[in-house]
Each structure stands twice: as structure tokens, then as C-alpha cells.
Write a protein that binds this ligand. Sequence first.
Ligand code: NAD
Length: 473
Amino acid sequence: MSDAESKQIERMKSSLADQKSAFRADRQRSLAERKADLAKIAKLCRDNVDAICEAINKDFSCRAREESIFGEIVFVINDAEHTAKHLKTWMKPKRVSVPMNLMPGKAYIRRDPVGVAGIVAPWNYPFQLAMAPLVAALGAGCRAMIKPSEYTPATAELMKSLIGQYFDEDQVAVITGGPAVGQAFTQLKFDHLFYTGSTQVGRLVAKAAAENLVPVTLELGGKSPAIVTANYPFESAAKSIGWGKLFNSGQTCVAPDYVLAPKGREKEIAKAIIEVAQAQFEDAGNDGSYSAIVSDRHYARLNTMIEEARAAGAAILQPEHDAEAAKAARKIPPTVVLNLPADSKLLEEEIFGPILPVLGYEDLDTATDYISDRDHPLALYVYTTDKAEAERVLDRTLSGGVGVNINLLHLSIPDLPFGGIGASGQGAYHGETGFEVFSHNRSVFHTGKWHPSRMLAPPYGKLIEGLAKKQLK
Ligand code: NAD
């Protein structure tokens, strides 16, 4: 471990102690204070658009500005403003009814902030995936410490500096560093740990949190399928799938990971997707709107997957592009793969890049069986003009979320909980669901002078005997 990492570990321990004591001194942030916190987040975003886009662009070595604006900054602004708008309702205690035999009295659920949240963020949307959980934590009245990814150091440093300008460190702190820092971070006794990243590291995070019985939310990855049915216009399906797959060059947790097309029509949809790619990017290698792969390691992994598929006899389709320019820019051209052997890496691992296998299915039920034989995906997409067909796909599968005739954008609807299931995650957030993650549903039963338990106390008499008879009838 480097000296810098050891320093970060010391700093995060004292930060946690400071945040915990600040929380104890001021447990209930008022609605006005929380709204002011959320307004600060929106202001931080609006005031620093160029700096945020430049930092992300530097980390990726090429990230389309529009993708950073919409996929990161606008998303966080909308999230903060939606939370501020609804916070009053979400914060209100919820009255519940009191059964006759326990009357008179008042029962309600308080939504209390849990305390200090730990947020571990990945590199693929390095700003959004740190700040959106922060919005939920601040909305719930919590304090938070953020650990960004080591693969996006410029964004991590910028967030540290901006958060330092807008918030006191005993309210929000950013801790930078690699896996060693991440590991030490997840061993801390937070009041909630919110992790976004790979399923593999998610397992380690869950284990570390379990040691301290820290409740954990895991936003993980997986292979999200897109089923295209025979009745849906292939051109429209290709436009939608191609767009979702190529946004941020496929480095999106809910990007379509593979396509299931009616058997015999795989080539048709593959070609249509390549046409969409060509229309979007005249030359992906030289196009500033086409994002680069985040690191040499990730680039090499994706190339190896393509070469393995080629060696195994798969057909590799790519639009026209300058291969040398793409390589120099660390870009993988849009790639559609046909005739893949079942045991190829592209079908076993989450791809997380602009490579899209297309598989054929005999009938819709075999397509849903293929999905159900595997881990539950984070997202599932179905393209159909038939509502009953869409329902049948949903009835026969389980996934974190669903897009019917669309992909990716279900996560932009603030009132839809966003999260996976099983290997793709535990728990969810966005909107009120996010507020709930960082709130404790605290049950309160408030009685008056007369105490119902008196009836249940010995010596038992006729009254309790009658009551027992009535309840057991
Ligand atoms: P990753 O798991 O490698 O890293 C995520 C974070 O964990 C980083 O901050 C890293 O420093 C930290 N970390 C690494 N090793 C650690 C350890 N041993 N203990 C504790 N922390 C550790 O993930 P990644 O490669 O940055 O992100 C890609 C993955 O994230 C993909 O699988 C993708 O699907 C998933 N993802 C999921 C969502 C979602 O919302 N469900 C969103 C984005 C990405």
C-alpha cells in the first residue's frame, strides 16, 4: 500500500468519527436544511459543467460531452430537484391503524435518518454514480463518505475539491484511492453501505459489511438481454438497441448485453444494428462523440473477447472505420457478433463494452428459458407490438428492471426503484426508494393514560377470559 493510500485510510477513519459525532449532535436535519443541501448539489452541478465534463473526458481519454451532460450532470440535477420537491411528503410520519383491543392510542412510522452512509462508486459514470446515492443520503438527513473509483482519478479529485467547497467534511467527505482503500473503506462501521460496481467485488463488500452487521445496498452488473420478437419492426429495434449499446461505448450497467432474435433472422438484425452504428458515427475511431474504453486493461479484455470469438468461428461485423485510429484512441469499434459458441466469454461474462452478440431463439418460451437459466439480469428489454407477449416475457422471467420497446431510460424515471436482484444486486434506489434506503422505518406506539397491557396482567379474571374466548372463536 502506498503512503498516499495509508494517509487516505487514516483520514477516512477520522472522517467517520467526525461525521458520527456531528450526526449525534444534530440527528434531525429539518426539511429546510435538507432542501438547502439538495440545492447545493444542483448548484455544484450547474456551476461546474465544464470542469465535470473535462475531468471525465480526461479519465476516459475521450468521453462525449453530451453523454457526460445527460448521463451524469442533468441526471443528478433532476434527482436532487425531484427529491427536494417530494421530501416533505416522504418525511411525514405515516399513521397506521391501532387494533380495537389496543385502543386508545396512536401508532405511526417515523422515517429517521440512519446516520453516516458509505458510498462506493464505479468508474463508468463516475460522477452520477457517486452523486445520486449522495442525493438520497442527504435527502434522508444522513451524512456521507464517498469512495470514487481509482480508474477515474481526475473526476475523483474534482469531486473531492467541489464537495469540499460546498459541504463541511463532517457532512460529506470524499476519500480517494484504489482497491486497498476500497477494502478498508468497506470494513468501516457505517450505518449503511451503498456499493455500485461489479458482482465479483460486490461479494467481498457484502462480506466486509456483514462483519459489522452494516446494512448494505449492492448495485451490481450482469448480462441484460434484449429480446426482439418477430412482430416488431427490426429497423426500429436496431435503432433503439444500437443507441443503448453504443452510449458511453457500452460501458453502462444496463446496456443491452446480448440480443435474442427469432431463429433465421439473426443476420438481419445484426446488419440493421451495424447500419445504425454507421449512421451514428461516420468513423468511430476518429469521432469525438464515440467514447473511448476507460483503461488499457479494459481495452485489452474486450479485444481478447473479440479475438477469442473470431478464433472460435464467430462472424464479427463492424462498420467501416479507421482501425489504427481506433486503436490509438483506445476505442473498440461497434461490433456485432454472430454464430458464437455457447461457452464463449462473450456469452458468459458481462461484456461492458460496444460488443453485441446476437443469438437465435426457436420460440419466445425458449428465449425466456435461456434468460431464466442464468443469473437474474439487471435489466431486461423486449421489443414487441403485442402487449400479451410482453406480459408473457415478464411472467416467465425476473430482472432488476424492464424496458418494453426501449432500453436504458427506465432508470431516468425517478419514481421507479432502480436496482438488481440476486447476482445483479440487492436493494434499490432513486426517488422515494432512495430516501428509504437511508431512512429507518421506526415504529412508534403512543398510548394515553389507559394502558391496554393492564388487562393482560395477572390475576387473570372474567374479563380476560371473555376476551380470549372472543379472539379464539
Ligand atoms: P469494481 O467492482 O471493480 O469497482 C467499484 C468500486 O469498488 C471502486 O471504487 C473500487 O475501487 C472499489 N473496490 C475494488 N476492489 C474492492 C474491494 N476489494 N473492496 C472494496 N472496494 C473495492 O467495478 P467497476 O469495474 O468500477 O464497475 C463496473 C461494474 O459495475 C460492472 O459490472 C457494472 O455492471 C457495474 N455497475 C452497476 C451499476 C448499477 O447501478 N447496478 C452501475 C454502474 C456499474
